[in-house]
Design a protein around this ligand. Structure first.
Ligand code: AMP
Length: 114
């Protein structure tokens, strides 16, 4: 997608603090972190959001979850715990229309979320 912020990060047209780069997945630090560890894990291919996931996306979703586990270990939050979040739509606060999973860790988190 030519007009997608995260596609531009994947293409290297916009800089990002990349923490993991795999065949189908890129992970980079959130520009406005909400926790000591706040990383966005995205598919390199453009998928709009969780509502547009199809069975053919199974491989890349597995890759995203596996990447999150690696990032959590590297960030030393694998033992303390972390949260994986997909925001979908306005009430959830989704602002970027390219599927992304937030990995948040490094502090205790409330439940239910705000
Ligand atoms: P969401 O609100 O779930 O759509 O999350 C979008 C996230 O992208 C927000 O947490 C933003 O802070 C983050 N974000 C926006 N632009 C950038 C950027 N250029 N680099 C890194 N993170 C970004």
């Amino acid at each position: 997608m030519t007009d997608c912020l995260f596609c531009k990060i994947v293409a290297g047209e916009i800089p990002a603090d990349v923490v993991l780069d795999r065949e189908g997945v890129l992970a980079f630090r959130d520009i406005n972190p909400q926790a000591p560890v706040h990383v966005l894990v995205i598919p390199k291919e453009h998928i709009q959001d969780a509502t547009t996931i199809r069975p053919t996306h199974g491989g890349v979703l597995t890759e995203m979850i596996a990447a999150a586990g690696e990032i959590a270990s590297a960030g030393d939050v694998d033992q303390s715990g972390y949260r994986l979040v997909f925001n979908v739509g306005p009430d959830a606060g989704q602002t970027v229309l390219h599927l992304h999973m937030h990995l948040l860790g490094g502090r205790p988190m409330a439940w239910p979320p705000g």
